[in-house]
Ligand binder design. Structure first.
Ligand SMILES: [Zn+2]
Length: 169
């Protein structure tokens, strides 16, 4: 069973219609297999930016908008692990879930980007992401999940971030 543990928020719980749920989870599972190692690396090398406590991952597939949470406070974040040096654009996740989250009056979830390249690594936290930096896009007809709507974080170079981990070259 999926979707039972959406994080609570001031506006109540995110509701996802059954119609939407399956492709979201299918796609997430597909993408998550690729990202899981990077997520584990992220929580191993970072601590909570709010209170300094240990971060842990949510269990697979239970929380579409959040990958990690603090073991002490309410901090939660999405984690992305694109290959290479820090980028201005980072692929997000399924758009419909984020849209419902935002329409319920919630802010864009904090984003942790773990960038690794041959000679270095930087883990950044983007805490306040305006909605204008979220760009929805439909997957191309050639994609396995053609027509499915994803979103991309754009113009990250315009946003302030906090470095959670740095191994410089
Ligand atoms: Zn914390």
């Amino acid at each position: 069973m999926h979707g039972k543990h959406h994080p609570p928020n001031s506006a109540g719980q995110v509701s996802i219609e059954p119609f939407d749920r399956r492709p979201e989870w299918m796609l997430r599972g597909h993408l998550q297999r690729k990202g899981r190692e990077g997520e584990e690396d992220t929580v191993k090398k970072s601590v909570c930016p709010e209170c300094g406590s240990r971060l842990v991952l949510f269990r697979d597939g239970n929380t579409p908008l959040f990958d990690a949470k603090c073991t002490n406070c309410n901090f939660m974040a999405q984690i992305k692990t694109p290959k290479g040096r820090p980028k201005t654009r980072v692929t997000g996740a399924g758009y419909s879930v984020l849209r419902k989250w935002l329409d319920s009056g919630n802010p864009v979830p904090p984003l942790i980007v773990n960038s690794r390249w041959e000679t270095g690594q930087q883990i950044r936290l983007y805490k306040d992401i305006p909605e204008s930096h979220i760009k929805p896009r439909k997957l191309s007809p050639n994609h396995r999940y053609a027509g499915y709507e994803m979103f991309t974080y754009v113009r990250l170079d315009r946003l302030q971030y906090k470095t959670l981990y740095l191994k410089s070259d």
